[in-house]
Design a protein around this ligand. Structure first.
Ligand code: FAD
Ligand code: NAP
Length: 337
């Protein structure tokens, strides 16, 4: 077994934080994965999984066996005249899978273009963007229990998906290695272009021709215009979730802040965290080699050589100031290690 010791994780997290893992190994297929988990159990080693490393903040040395997910494969496992169920092994890159579906003219995840990371991490926070969430196309996933090594299928109900949330952030947290995810994609797709500037870009750049590829390209264009590229500036996307508050609190805040953006949801009123953070004057804040992005204040950034613990502390300060001003407690979306 090819275990590496004191392995730098700098290239394996999009924040680009320099931290070492005491032990590290890549799993390339299911057999290797079971061997690694067996080895870890027999030797009382704690494990952690890394996919694309785009939703973690490394705040200290990692004293466990890191398993890098490299399980690959894409298969159409069921098909009707209307849809195809596609099973993706969990180490596939999310955006490449979106492109695979577009190429096959299968619709449903084009709005989720350019989200970094692996397929296997997508269910963990029910990834979402531009009016679409993973749960909208989800059929099932397969996972291995890291202690018992039993395989288990989780269907939509089992996953308890919520807004950037699932059972894998609660009862099943760190108990399972997700090995595959099956999505149902549509052969006669229903386009979702109502969100943000998608329609505008389709009009301006594509003479209003609505295709899966054009929607994907429009989303890519919008995203690259606002979001820092992790290859250039280290970041993990939105650091905080958008809070969903009680109707009464939103109404009270509207009296003081009539221009506050807000969106009604089934569970309350969603207020963009970016707006709250900007109101507290954090937008573009620079503290040496880390800070708050100048175009998107929801994104905390590492300008090079920052420590994860500094970024964590900055996030604490942001939470405190938003709490004091708006009586809203921001929740971190990024996983703190
Ligand atoms: P990692 O960071 O590797 O892991 C995240 C967590 O999941 C860790 O706790 C890890 O242990 C666990 N994990 C990973 N793989 C497995 C597995 N196979 N089994 C069990 N546990 C596992 N997110 C959105 O929802 N919407 C967006 O629009 C979006 N945009 C982003 C833009 C940028 C520029 C960046 C940097 C991030 C963005 N994200 C977005 C966040 C991130 O890309 C997603 O959460 C993504 O799904 C994380 O995938 P990953 O493979 O990189 O996960
Ligand atoms: P945006 O379009 O400027 O919107 C800001 C906020 O308003 C978001 O909270 C969004 O909620 C909400 N919103 C906007 N239009 C909405 C609508 N029609 N209905 C309901 N809510 C609406 O946001 P952005 O920062 O440029 O990001 C665009 C999309 O990509 C968003 O969906 C965002 O979640 C996603 N994204 C996520 C990450 C991440 O790391 N999680 C990073 C970058 C972008 P929602 O967030 O619920 O959509």
């Amino acid at each position: 077994m090819n275990i590496q010791f004191n392995k730098s994780l700098r290239e394996l997290n999009t924040f680009g934080i320099e931290v070492k893992a005491s032990e590290f190994i890549a799993a390339h297929n299911d057999t290797e994965l079971i061997e690694i988990l067996n080895f870890a159990n027999n030797n009382n080693k704690k494990i952690k999984v890394i996919g694309g490393g785009s939703n973690i903040l490394l705040t200290k040395e990692v004293e466990c066996l890191i398993i890098l997910n490299r399980l690959k494969g894409i298969n159409i496992v069921a098909e009707t005249a209307d849809h195809a169920d596609v099973q993706f092994k969990s180490g596939e890159n999310w955006h490449q899978c979106v492109l695979f579906c577009i190429e096959k003219n299968l619709g449903g995840i084009e709005n989720l273009s350019l989200i970094p990371g692996s397929i296997g991490a997508a269910p963990i926070q029910n990834i979402g963007a531009y009016g679409v969430e993973l749960k909208d196309v989800f059929v099932q996933l397969e996972a291995v229990h890291t202690q018992t090594l039993q395989s288990r299928v989780f269907n939509l109900h089992d996953c308890a998906f919520g807004y950037r949330d699932s059972v894998f952030k609660h009862a099943a947290h760190q108990h399972y290695f997700i090995t595959s995810v099956t999505l149902r994609l549509q052969k006669k797709p229903v386009f979702n272009i109502e969100y943000g500037d998608i329609k505008k870009v389709l009009q301006e750049d594509y003479q209003n021709e609505i295709t899966l590829k054009n929607i994907s390209d429009a989303v890519i264009k919008i995203r690259t215009s606002k979001l820092p590229d992790p290859k250039v500036i280290g970041n993990a996307g939105s650091f905080f979730k958008n809070p969903v508050v009680e109707i009464e609190l939103a109404a009270t805040l509207k009296l003081s802040y009539p221009h506050m953006p807000s969106f009604d949801t089934e569970t309350g009123v969603k207020i963009p965290a970016a707006w709250l953070i900007e109101q507290c004057n954090w937008k573009g804040h620079v503290a040496g080699n880390y800070g708050v992005h100048s175009k998107q204040p929801l994104v905390l950034v590492n300008y090079g050589g920052a420590k994860g613990s500094d970024i964590l502390q900055l996030s604490d300060s942001i939470i405190t100031s938003v709490q004091q001003r708006f009586n809203i407690t921001l929740e971190r979306e990024v996983n703190i290690w």
